[in-house]
Design a protein around this ligand. Structure first.
Ligand code: ATR
Length: 263
C-alpha cells in the first residue's frame, strides 16, 4: 500500500483522492491517498510527519504551494519559475518538488480540447499563485503575446519581470480582443464575478476557466457568443496524471477519468 495525500486548507472539496484512485486502478496499484487539512503555520510539521511514515510523496493545494517550494530540498525548473510546488516525491532520500499545473493546463488545452495557442493573443486574468504557475508553460506554446490583467497591477508586473520575455505584458485596461482568455483568478471562490469589458472577447475566442464548479466566467463568455469553453476539470486531472507519473513512472489514461468526474 503506497501512502499519498493532498495537503490544503480547505481540503474537503478536493477531488484528488478520487482521481488518483482511478489512476491506481488502471495499473493495479494499491494506494492510500488521503486529503489532509493543514492548519495555518503547520505545513512543515505535517509534511515532515507524513514523510517520516514512509510516504511516497504528496500533492499540495491552496494555500501551501509556496511553503512546499521552500520545504523541498530540490526543485524542477517549473517549480522554481512558479516558486510553487504541487507535487512532492522522495527520490533516494531527497525531497523533490515539482509543479505540474502548467503542463497539466497545456495538456488539457492542446490534447483534450484541440486548441492551439501558437501565434495567438492570450489574455490571462489574475496574477496569484495559480497564474504564476502556468505562464512559462503558456510561453512554451509559442503565443504571439501573453497579457496579464489583474485587479492589483503590481502583482501582474511582478510576474512579467520574473519571465523577462517581451511577449509577456501586464495590462491595466484591455483594449483588444483576444484569441484565448484564461481565468486564473479566485473570484469564483468568493461567489463574486469579474467586471470585464466585452471588447476583449469575440465569438471565436477560446475561453478557459482554471477553476471548476462556478459557472460565472464561462456564462459571461457564452453570453458573448463563445462556443469554445472549458472549465478546469481537465487541467485538474492532467496535473494529477503528471504527478502520478512522477511517483510511479507510469502513464495513465485521462479521458475516462475526466468523463467519470463530470458525472
Ligand atoms: P491562487 O493561488 O488561487 O491563485 P491567490 O494567489 O490568492 O490564489 O490569487 C488570487 C487571484 O485572484 C489574484 O490575482 C486576485 O487579485 P489580486 O491580486 O488583486 O488580489 C484575484 N482575485 C480574487 N478575488 C478577486 C475579485 N473579487 N476581483 C478580481 N480579482 C480577484
Amino acid at each position: 500500500m503506497h501512502q499519498l495525500a493532498v495537503f490544503g486548507n480547505p481540503i474537503g472539496h478536493s477531488r484528488s483522492p478520487e482521481i488518483h484512485q482511478l489512476f491506481a486502478k488502471q495499473h493495479g496499484l494499491e494506494i492510500d491517498y488521503e486529503p489532509i487539512f493543514v492548519p495555518p503555520g503547520e505545513f512543515v510539521r505535517y509534511a515532515e510527519q507524513f514523510l517520516e511514515g514512509g510516504a511516497k510523496g504528496f500533492n499540495i493545494t491552496v494555500p501551501y504551494k509556496n511553503d512546499a517550494y521552500h520545504f523541498a530540498e530540490q526543485c524542477s525548473n517549473a517549480a522554481v519559475l512558479a516558486e510553487a510546488v504541487n507535487t512532492i516525491s522522495v527520490r533516494k532520500g531527497v525531497i523533490y518538488g515539482d509543479n505540474t499545473d502548467g503542463a497539466g493546463l497545456m495538456k488539457d488545452i492542446s490534447a483534450n480540447l484541440g486548441w492551439t495557442i501558437k501565434d495567438k493573443k492570450v489574455l490571462v486574468l489574475g496574477a496569484g499563485g495559480a497564474v504564476s504557475g502556468v505562464v512559462s508553460n503558456l510561453l512554451a506554446g509559442a503565443p504571439s503575446t501573453v497579457e496579464i490583467l489583474n485587479r492589483t497591477l503590481s502583482k501582474a508586473v511582478a510576474i512579467v519581470e520574473k519571465h523577462n520575455d517581451p511577449r509577456v505584458r501586464a495590462i491595466e485596461v484591455p483594449n483588444d480582443a483576444f484569441d484565448v482568455i484564461i481565468n486564473g483568478t479566485s473570484v469564483a471562490l468568493q461567489g463574486a464575478s469579474l467586471d470585464l469589458p466585452t471588447s476583449i472577447i469575440t465569438p471565436k475566442s477560446c475561453c478557459y476557466d482554471m477553476s471548476y464548479g462556478n459557472k460565472a466566467f464561462l456564462s459571461w463568455c457564452a453570453d458573448s457568443g463563445v462556443s469554445q469553453l472549458a472549465d478546469g476539470l481537465g487541467m485538474l486531472v492532467e496535473q494529477a496524471a503528471l504527478a502520478f507519473n512522477i511517483w510511479f513512472d507510469v502513464q495513465v489514461e485521462t479521458a475516462d477519468v475526466i468523463a467519470a468526474l463530470r458525472q
